[in-house]
Write a protein that binds this ligand. Structure first.
Ligand SMILES: [Zn+2]
Length: 494
């Protein structure tokens, strides 16, 4: 079975087909007016699980997550607190990244901020004006919704439905109540940038189109975010992007369900939320991860202490089982791999995948077969748990992989294979970033080595190809070839 994902755009679970060698993902991240809560972390965790599973399936992944650091709500906060908006933004970004790291959530490759991409945003707005999809009114620029025939496709809303709820605010001079702001004229005391339409700042939606196009291209693979963003945010992203480029925008739209507290959506604007900082004071990162993964990402997740306590007990079951073993011997292929894979391929069904882990634990108690424990370790790390059977494992493997890459690069330079040296150097910044992030890097580094090896195989240079395979094998990384272009790998569990 191949990976299938539920696509909000088609309202169907579809087989995932990547556009190119690298799967490109954009996630709508935090609007940073107040501290991050459990709902924000859930969206990040969905991206993390998606990245991990794609990595396991052998894809290279490039993920981007934005920070909306200038918008109406932050400007309100600035007035309320008397602090500069940049300070407010930075404080919450720091907390968010701290929580993500603590929870073992793989970092995106970049976290672009709206305020740092004003030039791209202005360019995009100008393009939309030139093409007749946008117009300026008293220093504001609006997108002309009726000009875009596909408007409402993602949220399944018709223009008539929308008209019923639309109105023009007294301060707005737009032509049609449906139109939305791409650029807003600055009011006194507000942050602003110079633009062809005077002093102002971007509207909320345009930043995501501008930043995804800049880093991921005009068409990319997957867009993720909370389901509350489907309308209007994502609908507007689609309209302005396609209107500007004439090309498809994101191909798969994944939306995670709300996190609720006493049955109501957690929301910063209403103050009804649990800050992630407080949650992590009371529960370990593994417990919080398990709590979230127990529910499929598209379903609503009720945040309640009782449910976290349940997750704590569930995690203790895994821990107690593994603690029976000192050294856990390697298995080349974990048990129940088919069950685990088909759960994850089924729209990332982590709750089913966790079921496989518990079944293996039961089997392990019944049979005393150490293969069960080894398989549990493999699956737990695939789901991003930090089970730490060997404390420094990630540091060690990073060193080893970096060494192999340096050796391969030297060998290539000697053979005057500049093209392939270029390929390594191209990824070098990712490698450095990864070194800092440690464990997040392994799939990327190994992927790079496999790419180089495949290029040699295509040239029938098996000497070098075998050299890379054997060097990886020395470190329990087993290469599985699937044709000349595609190789995956699995790691022997020690
Ligand atoms: Zn967005």
């Amino acid at each position: 079975m191949a990976l299938t994902l539920y696509n909000t755009l088609t309202r169907k679970q579809e087989e995932f087909k990547a556009l190119g060698d690298e799967v490109r993902i954009y996630t709508c991240g935090l609007t940073v007016q107040s501290e991050p809560h459990v709902g924000h972390i859930r969206a990040a965790l969905v991206r993390d699980i998606l990245m991990r599973w794609l990595g396991y399936l052998g894809y290279k992944v490039m993920a981007l997550e934005n920070f909306t650091d200038v918008d109406d709500k932050i400007i309100e906060k600035q007035k309320e607190l008397g602090l500069d908006w940049r300070m407010i933004a930075q404080k919450h970004i720091d907390t968010y990244l701290w929580a993500c790291d603590k929870l073992h959530i793989q970092r995106a490759a970049f976290y672009p901020r709206a305020s740092q991409h004003i030039e791209e945003i202005i360019e995009l707005v100008e393009k939309l004006i030139q093409k007749g999809f946008a117009y300026e009114k008293e220093g504001d620029v609006y997108f002309r919704v009726r000009k875009f025939p596909d408007y409402g496709r993602l949220s399944k809303k018709s223009i008539d439905d929308l008209m019923a709820g639309a109105r023009i605010e007294p301060a707005e001079a737009k032509d049609d109540p449906l139109d939305f702001a791409l650029w807003k004229a600055a009011k006194p005391g507000e942050p602003y940038w110079l633009s062809p339409w005077g002093k102002g700042r971007p509207g909320w939606h345009i930043e995501c189109s501008a930043m995804s196009m800049r880093y991921l291209g005009e068409t990319f693979d997957i867009h993720t975010g909370g389901e509350d963003l489907v309308f209007p945010h994502h609908e507007n992203e689609i309209a302005q992007s396609i209107a500007a480029t004439g090309k498809p925008f994101a191909r798969y739209w994944l939306h995670n369900g709300w996190v609720t507290l006493t049955g109501e959506k957690m929301s910063k604007s209403t103050g009804h939320y649990s800050p992630i900082r407080e949650v992590l004071e009371n529960y370990s990162p593994n417990v919080v991860r398990l709590f979230m993964l127990k529910t499929h990402y598209r379903k609503q997740l009720e945040y309640a202490q009782a449910r976290l306590d349940e997750a704590r007990a569930a995690y203790a079951t895994i821990r107690t089982f593994l603690d029976r073993y000192g050294e856990i011997p390697a298995v080349p292929k974990p048990l129940m791999l088919e069950e685990f894979t088909s759960a994850m391929d089924d729209d990332l069904n982590t709750s089913k995948a966790l079921g496989v882990i518990y079944e293996l634990i039961n089997k392990g108690y019944q049979t005393d077969d150490t293969k069960c424990a080894a398989s549990v370790v493999s699956y737990c790390s695939l789901l991003g748990f930090d089970i730490g059977t060997k404390k420094d494992e990630s540091d060690e493997s990073i060193e080893v992989l970096t060494k192999i890459i340096v050796e391969v690069k030297n060998k290539l330079q000697k053979d005057k294979r500049d093209d392939m040296v270029g390929a390594i150097e191209h990824d070098e910044s990712a490698i450095l970033e990864g070194l800092r992030k440690k464990s997040a890097l392994n799939p990327r580094l190994i992927g790079l080595l496999l790419d180089i090896r495949n290029r040699f195989r295509k040239e029938s240079n098996y000497g070098f190809a075998d050299y890379i395979r054997n060097r990886l094998l020395e470190h329990e990384i087993i290469v599985d070839d699937q044709g000349l272009d595609k190789s995956t790998y699995h790691v022997e569990v020690k």
